[in-house]
Design a protein. Structure first.
Length: 264
């Protein structure tokens, strides 16, 4: 079942009661959807998630519910906390977990799960494809989010990925610089190992830019799509064989070099 509600209450009422009156949904399902981030309202001029089912709404309050039972029924594999600092933390995001949620919910997102585990505000610093796995940073205040985001946008972060691609690819710091969406894009590819029986190659990829699906598109563009890439290659039961294995940067907050994961 998939439905969207957009209502403005005309009397004082709790959020769950208002949504129940406007739909055929049981209150328990509404409460579950709200807890999972599928309900929105405007607070202090900003549209935010409303999770508290018993929140009392004043007349004229507008709330929206984006209900999709397929989305809400998903149970994500939890992320792993690698290291926590006061103003940010480092996580390993598993395959299939989103970086952040959508209007239909956020219970399957790293941002929300980190927020719940640490009981801290969480801000997205950079993204990683939902199908991919690997290291990600999460900021815990606005200052940290701004400073770390600037690092990623300014190309001063070393990012290393490991991918398994179709076919035999022999490369030693091969520069792939095909433009993506009209923008300069640079990936550097080095062979790590071959599997002749499976006809696959494991490669190390260092990216100098961060375009959407950059590694996936660059590798597919040279005739070696990543195994399990349902967009640019062929789907595979094991999923997308792409993992962010290393992050390194000069931390503007701790004033020291930070490095996490493997360098391959």
């Amino acid at each position: 079942m998939r439905t969207q509600l957009d209502i403005t209450v005309d009397s004082t009422v709790t959020a769950v009661d208002a949504l129940a009156q406007a739909s055929d949904l049981p209150k328990q399902r509404i409460k579950d959807a709200m807890a999972k981030g599928a309900c929105w309202w405007t607070q202090k001029g900003k549209k935010v998630r409303l999770r508290k089912a018993k929140r009392e709404l004043k007349p004229g309050t507008r709330i929206e519910l984006f209900y999709d039972d397929q989305v809400l029924s998903k149970t994500p594999e939890p992320p792993k906390l690698v290291q926590a600092f006061r103003s940010y933390s480092v996580w390993f995001k598993p395959h299939g977990l989103l970086s952040q949620g959508s209007q239909w919910g956020d219970h399957c997102s790293l941002l929300r799960l980190a927020e719940v585990e640490l009981n801290k505000p969480c801000f997205l610093v950079h993204r990683l494809d939902g199908d991919a796995a690997g290291l990600m940073l999460i900021a815990h205040d606005g200052k940290a989010a701004g400073a770390l985001s600037q690092l990623f946008s300014g190309r001063t972060v070393t990012k290393i990925y490991r991918a398994t691609v179709a076919g035999r690819l022999e490369a030693e710091d091969l520069v792939v610089d095909a433009k993506l969406d009209g923008k300069a894009s640079v990936s550097r590819v080095t062979t790590l190992s071959f599997d002749d029986e499976a006809d696959t190659t494991v490669v190390k990829v260092v990216i100098e830019t961060g375009r959407k699906h950059q590694i996936r598109r660059h590798l597919a563009g040279i005739g070696h799509p990543i195994i399990g890439d349902k967009l640019y290659g062929k789907p595979d039961a094991a999923g997308l064989r792409l993992e962010a294995v290393h992050l390194a940067f000069d931390c503007p907050l701790l004033k020291r070099r930070q490095a996490f994961g493997q360098t391959l």
